[in-house]
Ligand binder design. Structure first.
Ligand SMILES: Cc1cc2nc3c(=O)[nH]c(=O)nc-3n(C[C@H](O)[C@H](O)[C@H](O)COP(=O)(O)OP(=O)(O)OC[C@H]3O[C@@H](n4cnc5c(N)ncnc54)[C@H](O)[C@@H]3O)c2cc1C
Length: 461
């Protein structure tokens, strides 16, 4: 076991040693060169090779496959999209919004299908998803979401549950109902990303680890630059580094790194589970602006994730930010607030990582035939399934194949850049503070802060 296992419970239990693959040692030429061995880069490589096994595809990774969010996330493989259904409809119209969300449901199935076919032991489990109204103030949010799905003709995929019906599934305090999505799955993120890397290699792809891309260039000779040499690409290059792309000067303001933090309990006893229910292992969240997400792991633990670690000036990313004691402590307290019968439960792991947030919350999956630069990025906290869809879209765009996916609203677009500092720091810190104040006021039955409407309007997505 190498030092990489410390980055998450998922990497620790990925079922393999995490010894890095060989690095790129000298310049080389391939057909497609991909920056980043997370789900985005690997799914893109996978679908390119599946479509054309003769292609030479190489993935260049600074650390090891799965080092980023793909090896650290909450394990929801859900049809939820980073932009809400209501906002998608408002921005793109009914049919494009419906097509995108329908593709997301199919994507959950596709991840299950491929993990089966490729014998990736990703612990894919279709347990469904529950968005809880935790507190009376959250009822209107789940009703509004349900109404938006109904307008898009997707009402049958998202059912409203009463408080009683919700409690039959899981016993959480202060629950007033839920939106239930049956076609939503959970996975072991570490096993998925590491298994996917091996599937890419079995299909002839090459993965160079411990190799940082320091810069890139498009045009007639697109290439990724590394300290050991350059990787030239005859067809094109793909930038799939998510939050870490902000470290490249050319993309510094394209995405904002936002930290999501997780705590994990020890396995619960049968008696503890029987007091809680949750037998179907649904992925659970509430409507908190500061975000909470819960998973019942295959080995019987509770994973509780939350945002809240403060944004660091200049979009800095560092290992130190993976652990923010205040946010981790709040998540540990929240487990007992949600499930009081677990008072005294021990926690075995705490970790975190950066996700990439675009200025308008909308992922961008694009390939420009003139610069021959492609990218798939900006999933905020909803990338486990979405990256698979992105990989299929990008492979189509690169190979000029038409299946209809390339017409979805996330294809061939880009978000505007984030503001320059210090404006970015000021705005993001203000929003983080405002969301926390709004959540706290609502949970304590206090009137919302005066600036709540403005903050909610800015944060609408
Ligand atoms: C704590 C946490 C919880 C989350 N929970 C969920 C969840 O439950 N469900 C969900 O749908 N989504 C979740 N997400 C989001 C999801 O994990 C991501 O959207 C998804 O993994 C993004 O995959 P990616 O391949 O685009 O990026 P990453 O997995 O971040 O991969 C990018 C890779 O590129 C490499 N890289 C970057 N720059 C360079 C460079 N210059 N040179 C070489 N290599 C480079 C990095 O080392 C990294 O390995 C969560 C994210 C986090 C952080």
């Amino acid at each position: 076991m190498t030092g990489y296992s410390k980055y998450s419970f998922w990497l620790e239990t990925a079922g393999e040693d995490l010894n890095p693959r060989p690095a790129l040692e000298h310049s080389a030429e391939v057909d497609v060169a991909i920056l980043g061995a997370g789900y985005s880069g690997l799914w893109t490589a996978y679908y390119l090779l599946r479509e054309n096994p003769r292609l030479h595809v190489a993935v260049v990774e600074k650390e090891i496959a799965g080092f980023g969010a793909s090896g650290r996330n909450g394990g929801w493989c859900s049809p939820k999209f980073p932009v809400t259904s209501a906002m998608l409809e408002q921005r793109y119209g009914r049919e494009p919004a419906r097509a995108l969300l329908t593709a997301m449901y199919d994507t959950v199935d596709e991840v299950g299908r491929v993990t089966d076919e490729e014998r990736i032991d990703a612990r894919f489990y279709m347990g469904g998803g529950l968005t809880l109204a935790r507190g009376k103030h959250q009822i209107s949010s789940i009703q509004a979401s349900r109404a938006a799905y109904e307008r898009l003709g997707l009402g049958d995929r998202n059912q409203l549950l009463s408080a009683e019906e919700t409690r039959e599934r899981v016993k959480v305090t202060d629950v007033h109902g839920a939106l239930y999505t049956p076609r939503s799955a959970s996975v072991h993120p570490g096993r998925l990303v590491r298994g996917l890397a091996r599937a890419v290699e079995r299909r002839g792809g090459t993965i160079y680890e411990q190799t940082e891309v320091t810069s890139f260039e498009g045009g007639s000779a697109p290439r990724l630059f590394t300290r050991a040499g350059e990787l030239r690409a005859k067809i094109g290059i793909v930038l799939a580094g998510e939050a870490y792309l902000s470290r490249l000067p050319q993309l510094h303001r394209a995405l904002m790194p936002v930290y999501s933090l997780i705590v994990l309990t020890a396995p619960l006893t049968e008696a503890q589970w029987s007091g809680i229910g949750w037998q179907n292992r649904e992925s659970i969240s509430s409507n908190r602006l500061t975000v909470d997400y819960l998973t019942r792991t295959a080995d019987g633990r509770i994973l509780f994730g939350s945002r809240g670690a403060p944004y660091v000036f200049g979009s800095k990313i560092s290992d130190e930010q993976d652990r923010h004691e205040q946010t981790h402590a709040r998540a540990r307290r929240a487990v007992v607030e949600w499930f009081p019968s677990l008072e005294g439960i021990s926690f075995t792991h705490a970790w975190g990582g950066p996700l990439g947030m675009p200025r308008d919350w909308m992922p961008a999956v694009a390939f420009d035939p003139s610069s021959r630069i492609g990218t798939a990025r900006g999933y905020t906290g909803q990338g486990v399934a979405t990256t698979n869809l992105a990989g299929r879209i990008l492979a189509n765009l690169i190979l000029g194949k038409k299946t209809g996916l390339e017409a979805l609203p996330m294809a061939q677009r880009r978000s505007r850049n984030w503001e320059a500092e210090p404006l970015r720091w000021l705005a993001v810190r203000y929003m983080q503070g405002a969301f926390a104040r709004i959540d706290e006021a609502a949970e304590h039955g206090r009137t919302p802060p005066l600036d709540a409407p403005i903050a909610e309007l800015i944060g609408k997505h």
